[in-house]
Design a binder for this molecule. Structure first.
Ligand code: 5GP
Length: 173
């Protein structure tokens, strides 16, 4: 047990769920090629595990956005920090997000990439906080729905720390 966080979702549960989501994505995109877009930094571990559960041909792209706010809440003002390097015309795009909280970050990214003429666009989020949603945004593949609580680990940080925890944890009081 790590001293900083109590386990909310174990690494075994995450691994099993990723296999299930991967199987669904493989089915849905059979015969197609995917452009998988990792939303940095929080999604890097999820992205790495998810693409290894996929058997459709794919390329990996990386995007980074920042939202102004304090360490535990976002202000909803989203800014593009790093764009993907390739055009998306005619591509099947899968956005990989760590967590959908207010939904504003995902909406920003969907709108940004959606106007670049992709053949399709979908999102896979490891975590969703349905109670925190502030905007209407589609999430086609979800790992786990959680309550309105702040989580760390498996890529997710608190002040840039704890991303390396192999599980999703709740900060200890
Ligand atoms: P949204 O725009 O949906 O409110 O927030 C999305 C981003 O806020 C996520 O990609 C993540 O970086 C951050 N975030 C939201 N909730 C949490 C949380 O519980 N823990 C951590 N570490 N980051 C979160």
């Amino acid at each position: 047990m790590n001293p900083v966080a109590d386990v909310l979702i174990s690494k075994e549960k995450i691994a099993a769920r990723i296999q299930e989501i991967g199987a669904q994505i493989n089915k849905d995109y059979a015969g197609k090629e995917l452009t998988v877009v990792c939303v940095l930094k929080g999604s890097f571990i999820f992205m790495a595990d998810l693409v290894r559960a996929l058997n459709v041909p794919l390329t990996c792209e990386f995007i980074s956005v920042s939202s102004y706010g304090n360490e535990k809440t976002s202000s909803g003002e989203v800014k593009l920090v790093l764009d993907i390097s390739k055009p998306l015309d005619g591509k099947h795009v899968l956005i990989v997000e760590d967590i959908v909280d207010s939904g504003l970050t995902l909406k920003f990214i969907r709108d940004l990439l959606g106007v670049r003429n992709p053949a399709s666009i979908a999102c896979c989020a490891l975590l969703e906080k349905p109670e925190a949603l502030k905007t209407q945004v589609s999430v086609e593949y979800t790992g786990f729905k959680i309550g309105n609580e702040f989580v760390v680990g498996y890529g997710l940080d608190y002040a840039q720390k704890y991303r390396e925890l192999p599980y999703i944890g709740l900060m200890k009081a």
